[in-house]
Design a protein around this ligand. Structure first.
Ligand code: HEC
Length: 146
């Protein structure tokens, strides 16, 4: 009887250990910026950001190399400029006009732009659009060549 108890105890330990060992590896956090980039930018700018996406050849000039944004700006990544290019405040002809960019409504604010006297007030971005934009800008920052 004692032997049986020991055997059952040992078996329980073996099963327990194998459950722990078989546990799924800790999931790494999803990379939202990369996902945004791959769905909305890579077709022209290329998966690695080098400007060599399959559609790039159709444009004159070709899609820009997005890995050298910092080196072309005295080593400083132009985060604000990139943000404004994507939200449409700075237009790039190949991206389409502000009202209908190639990536559709993904980064659009839901409040219309207004002018107050001389001051142009841009629509407040909803949190989802803003967060997608920040994730994308962060991803482009990480793509910079050293
Ligand atoms: C339909 C093709 C196309 C898509 C899609 C596209 N781009 Fe572009 N983009 C271009 C082209 C072409 C240029 C270069 C325009 C020029 O130099 O006049 C450019 C220029 C830029 C620039 C300016 C680069 C510089 O050197 O000043 C940035 C930043 C940029 N794109 C970011 C993006 C991001 C971020 C996305 C995705 C949200 C995106 N683009 C999607 C075609 C595209």
């Amino acid at each position: 009887m004692e032997h049986l108890k020991v055997a059952i105890g040992a078996l329980a330990i073996v099963i327990g250990l194998s459950l722990i060992a078989g546990e799924a590896p800790a999931q790494s956090a999803p990379d939202w910026g990369k996902a945004e980039y791959e769905s909305n930018c890579a077709s022209c700018h290329g998966l690695g950001g080098k400007g060599d996406g399959p559609l790039s050849e159709s444009f004159r000039p070709k899609a820009a190399d997005l890995t050298t944004l910092a080196t072309r700006n005295d080593g400083v990544f132009p985060a604000q400029r990139v943000y404004e290019i994507i939200d449409g405040r700075q237009e790039v002809a190949a991206h389409g006009p502000r009202a209908m960019p190639v990536w559709g409504r993904d980064y659009r604010s839901h409040v219309p732009d207004m002018t107050l006297g001389d001051i142009q007030i841009y629509g407040l971005k909803d949190a989802v659009a803003h967060n997608k934009l920040v994730a994308l800008v962060d991803y482009l920052h990480r793509l910079q060549v050293k």
